[in-house]
Design a binder for this molecule. Structure first.
Ligand code: CAA
Length: 259
């Protein structure tokens, strides 16, 4: 249990809860706790899926500007590596991950949400990459994960201008997967991943790794990654259970062990 980041597990769903009032500013300490939380939920076989959540008011307003303001190059060269490693630990959680976004997700806040597989936004949420207004650029994956998700020109618009995007616009550009009433953000995110409890964990892990790693390589290499992951699943109990259940009882009735 961290000082500003808690992991709460219920019904096989882990919630990584940011709790650093007023705005969940992501200082170095919080970044370290996010990495620890990501490692914990990744390693816990009782966790089937993960929700990133900042509470009812705000997701996160970005890296802690007050902590960074007086740093020089040498400091930031080292700190930025830890910042990226922390967020990459979230992106590499080998389970379905959804970000439940209320209020602001700005700068590092949006970059953290980009490490999830899906994003559910409250209807009054505002997201953006306002770093340019501070004389810097995104440093926790924004120039890389955002264009991969929404395309380079839309990403450049957000990164060059620093403007805030409404939930409705985020939905239209594929940055949000669902927009719901503000009070329902957490429950909607939970409903989105609840279906993975009791799921074929090894196949879900393989699917996520094949998609994410495949996007970073040429098509031939990606297909080879897929082929190896596909063949490897024939070593799992869940493949045997899934196919036997289909033959005996029809589609969608298998009980999986996650092994
Ligand atoms: N770092 C440190 N403190 C922050 C913060 C941040 N990113 N964002 C907000 N705060 C603090 C404010 O300074 C203020 O503190 P005090 O009450 O002690 O004065 C408190 O949180 C509340 O903020 P506001 O009074 O500004 O609240 P608001 O409702 O008027 O505005 C906001 C909210 C639009 C989020 C505004 O605070 C804001 O624009 N924040 C900065 C957003 C930003 O630039 N994020 C990018 C950070 S750089 C980054 O993230 C780099 C990277 O890529 C990793």
């Amino acid at each position: 249990m961290g000082e500003f980041v808690r992991v709460e597990v219920a019904d096989q769903i882990a919630t990584i809860r940011l709790d650093r009032p007023k705005m969940n500013a992501l200082n170095a300490h919080v970044q370290g706790e996010i990495a620890e939380a990501a490692g914990q939920v990744s390693a816990d076989p009782a966790v089937a899926a993960v929700i990133l959540y900042g509470g009812e008011r705000v997701f996160a307003a970005g890296a802690d500007i007050k902590e960074m303001a007086d740093l020089g190059y040498a400091d930031m060269a080292e700190r930025s590596a830890r910042l990226q490693a922390s967020f990459s630990a979230v992106a590499q959680i080998p389970k379905p991950v959804v970000a439940a976004v209320t209020g602001y997700a700005l700068g590092g806040g949006l970059e953290l949400a980009l490490c999830a597989d899906f994003r559910v936004l409250g209807e009054s949420a505002k997201v953006g990459q306002p770093e340019i207004l501070l004389g810097i650029i995104p440093g926790a994956g924004g120039t890389q994960r955002l264009p991969r998700l929404i395309g380079p020109s839309k990403a450049k618009d957000l990164i060059f201008s620093g403007r805030h995007v409404t939930a409705a616009e985020a939905l239209s550009m594929g940055l949000a997967d669902a927009v719901v009433p503000d009070a329902e953000v957490y429950s909607a995110a939970r409903a989105m991943v609840a279906r993975y409890a009791g799921g074929p964990a090894m196949a879900l892990r393989a699917a996520k790794q094949a998609v994410d790693t495949g996007l970073e390589v040429d098509l031939g290499t990606g297909l080879e990654i897929e082929r190896l992951q596909f063949a490897a699943l024939f070593a799992t109990e869940d493949q045997k259970a899934g196919m036997r259940s289909f033959i005996d009882s029809g589609p969608g009735k298998a009980t999986f062990t996650g092994r």
